[in-house]
Design a protein around this ligand. Structure first.
Ligand SMILES: Nc1ncnc2c1ncn2[C@@H]1O[C@H](COP(=O)(O)OP(=O)(O)OP(=O)(O)O)[C@@H](O)[C@H]1O
Ligand SMILES: [Mg+2]
Length: 251
């Protein structure tokens, strides 16, 4: 396609005592794509996202994000460069309202120009939060404490909080897990819309193979910390090693 990749990962190695969580993992992500990471339990999917967002430090390897060397940077710098994320287990502030949670996401995308008056910065954060709440049909819940919402809506709020930071690349760890079929379809639509409207590249860890096949343009399959497959979804479906990992591996 000729576009420079938004993310380039080379030869990552991450070990915990006896466990090789990632062994020589490498792949590239095109800007604007819907990119899925799949693999059985314990394959290293969350570990990979943790390396990208800066929670885990790999023993070796290289990550370039928008052409910049990412691994030396602390997590907040990565956020400000445009790397957003949601978590496998919800990490909302349950006692804070939906709007407050989403504003936090917008604030992290700063810093806004130092010379701006405080009130202007606050107005900018609030406007962005309101925009995202409208877009994800969350505006009616803006003053409800996040912890009081049903699970499916909390998941959507977490996505809203991440999108409020205007990420260039959004890492999502199993955003569909625990959702009913209709909620999954809704979330998929919101993600597609965000991609179209704001140009967000989506890097998405998912167990639901059907959703992956429907939505993603590229797929990375991990198993025991190694890349089994990297390519289009149709090829993943036909690949005998991928079939083994899912059917033979008991996952
Ligand atoms: N902080 C940690 N300390 C020790 N071992 C870890 C740590 N994080 C991950 N691991 C190990 O690394 C391997 C990969 O785990 P990871 O959570 O990345 O898998 P996953 O593909 O996200 O699995 P799941 O589908 O269950 O979410 C596992 O063997 C796990 O036990
Ligand atoms: Mg995981």
């Amino acid at each position: 396609m000729g576009l420079a990749p938004i993310l380039e990962v080379r030869d990552l190695h991450l070990r915990f005592k006896g466990v090789a969580a990632l062994s020589g993992v490498g792949f590239t992500v095109e800007p604007g794509s819907f990119f899925a990471i799949i693999g059985p339990n314990g394959a290293g999917k969350t570990s990979l996202l943790n390396v990208l967002s800066g929670l885990y430090r790999p023993q070796s390897g290289e990550v370039r994000f928008l052409g910049r060397d990412l691994l030396p940077l602390p997590p907040p710098r990565r956020t400000r460069l445009g790397l957003g994320r949601t978590f496998q287990n919800l990490e909302l502030f349950r006692g804070m309202t939906v709007l407050e949670n989403v504003k936090l996401g917008a604030e992290r995308a700063g810093p806004y120009p130092l010379l701006w008056p405080r009130a202007d910065q606050e107005a900018r954060v609030r406007a962005r939060a309101e925009e995202v709440l409208e877009y994800l049909d969350l505006a009616p819940y803006r003053h409800v404490p996040a912890g009081l919402l049903p699970y499916g809506l909390q998941k959507r709020v977490e996505v809203a909080r991440a999108l409020a930071g205007s990420p260039r690349l959004l890492l999502l760890d199993e955003p569909m897990a625990g959702l009913a079929v209709e909620e999954r379809q809704d979330l998929a639509r919101y993600l597609q819309d965000a991609r179209r409207e704001w140009g967000v590249t989506l890097l998405w860890v998912e167990h639901d193979l059907r959703a992956v096949m429907e939505l993603s343009e590229r797929v990375l399959v991990l198993s025991y910390g190694q890349v089994l497959y990297h390519g289009d979804p149709e090829g993943a479906r036909r690949d005998p090693r991928v079939q083994d990992a899912y059917l033979g591996g008991g996952a």
